[in-house]
Design a protein around this ligand. Structure first.
Ligand code: C2E
Ligand code: MG
Ligand code: MG
Length: 588
């Protein structure tokens, strides 16, 4: 290996020079001398200036030397060197000042032609890139069809606005607009016409709103408008209602005259709680949906309280789901008896929530939260299975009993209701089907009577009994009775409650009982609370009853005890005094 002493600067492919305080060249390597057409000896003693173009000499005095004196070095300065043949050659020069008395300067001179070219190319490329970036920026922020800012631009603008608000900016309103009937225009006249409609509507909006308001096309026929400085609902409503009226004006497109309208939802910022741009958009969207539901072509204001309510509901729904998993639900059973003979007809399963903190909760406190939800369906299915399991246990213990369960209209109309019921029944093959009964609730909420009628007939064909619950309360109950085939009517307790004091209620009751007979249904009265009620019902021809006078809903574990007590006390024969029962206070 060669040692460093044997290597000289002459061997480096870069020009090396040393000049002194009076710019005299005191050293130069042979590479430099060769490059610029001199010999080393010719160069030694030459003024460094004589190697520079006029412009570079100025550069030397005004820039290079002051820089060297200040910093001690400079790098990659562009100078023009002059060859012995007076030819200018661009060079890239770096220098270091040796700050002793002699003030020697060590120069390294590189050939600049290639790097100059590269530099030029880079500058050009950078310019093109900048143009592309700005074009892309415009494209990615603009909707091509309408020329309005697009969703990306809107979201960014909205985030900025929310940020500005923190420093005390004025409030704003955010509106979500969806055209009504736009799909029909597209379907009927084609997409070209649809596009023209969108362009015209966009133009109308732009000319209708203030110049500092932001209108963006959100997608399809949806637009979002940010109304600056509208800090109350009234101000926002005024602008938006004007806009809605403008949009419904006829649109002239080629030879066609078309009309569209807009459903708009609006929400205000700031709100009591901090909110993200996304949530704000969702609020406006929800309010827009309200406008659609309310008949389109109108404005709805987002109600923060409503959302809070919905959030609470959602939390409650999750709590119910968790309670199911934690096995906190329990079925209580309320006997139904023949008040004349004392015979036990059956028991009705009534759901309770053993809440770890709030205690025993009545169905009214939680069932409304889960109506028309999957949780509601799951709980309904759980009720069916649990009641069947309990029935099987009682039968195996020799207790002669029938069990009914309540089924919501939504559950009943679910496409898998019958198959799930069949599966549940198959799990308990020892239970005779006729001992199981379903009580159909919310008869007025049954939308598809034909379908429900089919489901109920199928249940009856399986051998299951079917009763109509709360009979008399739904306005369409009578029509249902004509269309639905059932075994029993349960007269709602509201008719029983005032039968002793209200001749009107008594007349209705009489009518309902007669009506049930005409349809050859059994009748059971709910809410039998006193001896007098029981006696009056018997005299009206309604022997079957259920109510606190007979028994409160009780846990499954004490039903056998109740039955023994019921028979042993002879109460069922005399019907003179209520049996002693544990009364569990319910939270309603
Ligand atoms: P329903 O099916 O009409 O049940 C009768 C309701 O009346 C029960 O209330 C029962 O405790 C109450 N009741 C019984 N006798 C008397 C009485 O003499 N006086 C008074 N004031 N009330 C009496 P509960 O258990 O609170 O149930 C209320 C409703 O909740 C039920 O009305 C039923 O519609 C629904 N429900 C209960 N359990 C279930 C279930 O498992 N599934 C479904 N889908 N709904 C259920
Ligand atoms: Mg019921
Ligand atoms: Mg009822």
């Amino acid at each position: 290996m060669r040692t460093s002493e044997s290597i000289t600067l002459d061997q480096f492919p870069v020009g090396s020079l040393v000049s002194n305080a009076s710019r005299e060249i005191i050293y130069c390597n042979s590479y430099f001398a060769q490059k610029y057409g001199y010999t080393v000896n010719e160069l030694i003693g030459m003024d460094f200036f004589s190697l520079l173009s006029r412009a570079s000499q100025i550069m030397y005095d005004s820039y290079l030397m002051p820089l060297l004196l200040r910093e001690g070095c400079c790098e990659e300065i562009r100078l023009t060197m002059i060859t012995s043949a007076s030819e200018p050659i661009p060079a890239v020069v770096s220098a270091r000042l040796d700050n002793n008395d002699e003030r020697r300067i060590f120069w390294s001179v590189g050939h600049a032609a290639r790097s100059e070219q590269l530099f030029g190319e880079l500058t050009e490329a950078r310019k093109l890139l900048q143009q592309k970036v700005s074009l892309l920026h415009t494209l990615s922020n603009t909707d091509q069809l309408t020329g309005l800012p697009n969703r990306t631009a809107l979201t960014r603008h909205l985030s900025q606005k929310i940020e500005e608000m923190k420093s005390g900016e004025l409030a704003f309103a955010l509106a979500f607009l969806d055209l009504d009937g736009f799909k029909e225009v597209n379907d009927r006249y084609g997409h070209d016409t649809g596009d023209k409609v969108l362009r015209l509507v966009a133009k109308r909006m732009t000319s209708n709103l203030r110049s500092d308001d932001l209108i963006a096309r959100f997608g399809g026929d949806e637009f979002v408008i940010l109304l600056h400085g509208r800090f109350n609902a009234g101000m926002a409503e005024e602008s938006l209602n004007r806009l809605i009226r403008q949009i419904e004006e006829p649109l002239k497109i080629d030879s066609l005259t078309l009309q569209v309208s807009a459903s708009v939802g609006v929400t205000l910022y700031p709100q009591a709680e901090s909110i993200t741009p996304d949530q704000l958009l969702r609020q406006a969207d929800q309010a827009m949906y309200q406008s659609k539901l309310a008949g389109r072509n109108q404005l709805s204001l987002f109600n923060v309280d409503n959302e809070k309510h919905q959030k609470e509901r959602h939390a409650e729904l999750l709590a119910i789901k968790a309670a199911m998993a934690a096995n906190e639900f329990e079925l209580y059973y309320q006997p139904k008896v023949n008040m004349s003979s004392g015979e036990l007809l059956g028991v009705e399963a009534l759901i309770r929530w053993n809440h770890p903190v709030e205690g025993l909760k009545a169905p009214v406190t939680f069932l409304p939260i889960i109506t028309e939800t999957q949780v509601g369906l799951d709980l309904g299915q759980w009720v069916i299975s649990s009641a069947l399991e309990q029935l099987q246990t009682w039968l195996s213990e020799g207790l002669d009993v029938h069990v009914s369960v309540n089924i919501s209209g939504y559950h009943l109309q679910h496409p898998e209701f019958l198959s799930n019921l069949t599966r549940a029944l198959a799990t308990f093959p020892d239970v005779p089907k006729h001992r199981f009964e379903i009580e159909v609730l919310e008869t007025s909420a049954i939308e598809d009577v034909e379908k429900v009628s089919l489901v109920l007939s199928s249940c009856r064909m399986m051998g299951i009994r079917v009763s109509l619950d709360d009979f008399g309360t739904g306005y369409s109950t009578l029509a249902h009775l004509r269309d639905l085939s059932v075994d029993m009517l349960k007269i709602d307790r509201s008719f029983i409650k005032d039968m002793l004091t209200s001749p009107g209620d008594l007349a209705i009751l009489r009518g309902v009982i007669g009506f049930a007979r005409a349809f050859q249904c059994d009748v059971v009265a709910e809410g039998v609370e006193t001896y007098q009620h029981a006696q009056s019902l018997i005299s009206l021809g309604c022997d079957w009853g259920q109510g606190y006078y007979i028994a409160r809903p009780i846990p499954a574990s004490i039903l056998a005890e109740w039955v023994t007590d019921w028979i042993n006390t002879g109460f069922h024969k005399k019907f003179s005094r209520p049996p002693v029962l544990p009364i569990t206070e319910l939270k309603e």
